[in-house]
Write a new protein. Structure first.
Length: 53
C-alpha cells in the first residue's frame, strides 16, 4: 500500500488533476486549488474563531 505524505508545501503550489487523466469524455471532477487554500480551510474547520477573519 502507498499513502502520499506531504509536509509543508508552498502556499501557492497548485493541486489539480493530472492532464492525462482527463479528457472531453472524462472531465476533471474537481477544481484546481492552492495548498494554501486547502490548509486555511482545514484550519478554519478546526478553529472556529478563524471563521470571523
Amino acid at each position: 500500500y502507498s499513502i502520499p505524505f506531504f509536509i509543508d508545501l508552498d502556499f501557492d503550489a497548485e493541486v489539480s488533476v493530472v492532464p492525462t487523466c482527463q479528457s472531453e469524455s472524462n472531465p476533471a471532477r474537481y477544481l484546481a486549488y492552492s495548498c494554501g487554500e486547502h490548509k486555511y480551510g482545514r484550519f478554519v474547520d478546526s478553529y472556529v474563531h478563524l471563521q470571523t477573519l
